[in-house]
Every structure is written in C-alpha cells, then in structure tokens.
Design a binder for this molecule. Structure first.
Ligand code: ZN
Length: 92
C-alpha cells in the first residue's frame, strides 16, 4: 500500500463519503459510528440525494463481490437482507 495514497470510503446507511489515506481499520461514519466501506478506485460516488444511484452502486458492488468471490464486505448480513428486501421488485 503506497503511503499517501488516498482511498474512498462510504457509508451505505447515510450515504456519507470520505477520502483519506489508508488506515489500519476503516474510518467510522459520524452518524452511526459504523465502519465505512472502502471502494475500489475509480468508482463514481452518487450524490447524497440520489437514492437510486446509491442502490445501483450497492448492487453493483454485491454483484462484483459475487463474481470475483472475494471477501469484500458491504454491510452486515442483516443490512444486506434488509436492502435486498427493500430493492426487490423495484426497477432500478
Ligand atoms: Zn453513516
């Protein structure tokens, strides 16, 4: 990991985002005190009000995680269940 390189972190609960240098553990979101999620470089972060954009982003990450069989982690299992339930049957 290069020193000084910035990484992007987001919170899918309140759609906060942060850019900071790599830390030993992900930064915490100010609102919920949860660990924020690190994104790959080059991913465009939707505007905070763009709920559909955030849903799309989240789904694309889940899909990528499934395809690449990597252990990235986009929220707790209960959050995932809630999110999948929420998005089910809704056009995105
Ligand atoms: Zn948050």
């Amino acid at each position: 990991m290069m020193v000084g390189q910035k990484h992007t972190y987001v919170c899918f609960h309140c759609r906060a985002s942060a850019r900071c240098e790599w830390l030993a553990s992900n930064p915490l979101c100010q609102h919920y005190n949860r660990q924020m999620t690190q994104l790959h470089n080059g991913i465009r972060i939707p505007r905070r009000k763009d709920a559909k954009g955030w849903d799309r982003l989240w789904l694309s990450l889940i899909e990528r995680q499934r395809k690449e069989r990597v252990r990235w982690y986009y929220g707790s299992d209960s959050f995932k269940r809630w999110k999948v339930e929420k998005l089910r049957g809704r056009p995105i």
